[in-house]
Design a protein around this ligand. Structure first.
Ligand code: 13P
Ligand code: SF4
Length: 364
């Protein structure tokens, strides 16, 4: 082991140079390292992933992996999940620690705990409410769910998770993404009037006791800054021009966008659906730009036309922080025997969070 290489020495390397260094470092590390890549990663990083997928697929992959090092090209909560689900001797690494998720940051333990206490003034909260956290959340919120009989969900299993929750208790507190909660609840037949938005920071979340008693789902007021850029009028304008268009959107998009879409699905589901479509079909896709650009290139030779939903550039700026420079830096450090940017969830939280994650994974 030598002194750790500094990221500053990589910052000005050309991308091509980094590509060669990544390939060489991976050859040296062999099976000791696995690289997981989320679908929103930029091409220059995505191409190095051993496994790609949505949050659910990648968390299953992390649980299954035997590699000593799990390098997560994604965002912070994903690397935390990899740490929680992997064995103690494995190490999860996030190439840039600044790769967070702005939605995950919209809920924190202190405010969720406060919400739980306030709900407890109105309801017998532990008997009546199941806390459900979207996987896009910090590990201590997953631990909160683990301790209170709750569960984690992802964008691809949210309906199954809500069904599980309603089989146990009559209400759900869903955080941090109000849109995923609302879109899924509505698809399951829960009317909008039975979903109430909890505004953190306001007494009783800005709700009356009657509203809380009536709600079947209490939705935390959080959202994704990328998916909020897709608007229903983008769909209307595009359909006016191309009436044969099919629209597919991620469930983090707002209710109005999802209502106008033909298909709603996770990143993995979006890829599967568009890839299975007939030549000559046209799709308008509401999710992050890197995924859509790659899909457009892939489908062009097959005669499938893929368009991005928004006239604006909607990229996940935190996913974008994982660049070839950071990937080369962590891998070359591993070759030298140095682990940089390890993500480690404190043991007690990891144990409770694992309960909530295992409940989810057990649902298949
Ligand atoms: P998926 O699980 O659908 O990949 O979504 C993760 C995410 O962060 C989308 O914004
Ligand atoms: Fe978070 Fe939105 Fe980026 Fe997904 S796209 S990681 S929800 S900020």
């Amino acid at each position: 082991m030598t002194a750790a290489l500094a990221i500053e020495d990589y910052a000005f390397l050309e991308d091509d140079d980094c590509q060669a260094r990544i390939v060489a470092a991976r050859e040296k590390l062999g099976d000791r390292v696995v690289i997981l890549g989320h679908h929103y990663q930029r091409d220059e990083v995505f191409r190095h992933a051993d496994y790609t997928g949505d949050s659910l697929k990648l968390s299953r992959q992390a649980a299954r992996s035997k590699a000593e090092y799990i390098v997560f090209c994604g965002v912070h909560f994903m690397a935390e999940v990899a740490d929680i689900l992997s064995r103690p001797e494995q190490q999860a690494i996030l190439p840039d620690l600044a790769a967070g998720c702005s939605m995950a940051d919209m809920a924190d333990l202190a405010r969720v705990q406060h919400c739980w206490e306030e709900l407890g003034r109105v309801l017998e909260v532990d008997r009546v409410v199941t806390p459900v956290t979207y996987i896009n959340s910090a590990a201590d919120l997953k631990a909160f769910c683990g301790r209170h009989g709750g569960i984690v969900c992802t964008s691809s299993n949210a309906a199954a998770i809500l069904t599980w929750a309603f089989e146990r208790r009559e209400k759900v507190l869903f955080f941090p993404d109000q849109h995923l909660g609302r879109n899924t609840g509505y698809q399951m037949g829960i009317p909008l009037e039975e979903m109430a938005v909890w505004q953190p920071g306001k007494p009783l979340g800005g709700l009356s006791e009657a509203q809380i008693r009536r709600a079947r789902i209490i939705l935390w007021q959080g959202h994704c800054s990328v998916h909020q850029m897709f608007r229903p009028e983008h769909i209307d304008r595009f359909r006016e021009k191309y009436p044969d268009t099919r629209v597919i959107a991620h469930p983090e998009c707002c209710f109005e966008v999802c209502q106008k879409s033909d298909v709603i699905g996770s990143t993995e589901a979006i890829l599967k659906t568009v890839r299975a479509s007939e030549p000559g079909s046209r799709w308008l896709v509401g999710t992050e730009l890197n995924l859509v650009n790659r899909l457009r290139q892939e489908m062009k030779p097959r005669g499938v036309d893929v368009h991005f939903m928004s006239p604006m550039v909607c990229m996940c700026s935190t996913m974008f922080r994982i660049d070839p420079q950071h990937l080369a830096w962590v891998l070359e450090n591993l070759v030298d025997g140095n682990v940089v940017n390890r993500i480690r969830v404190p043991e007690e939280d990891a144990r409770a969070a694992r309960l909530a994650l295992d409940r989810m994974l057990a649902l298949g």
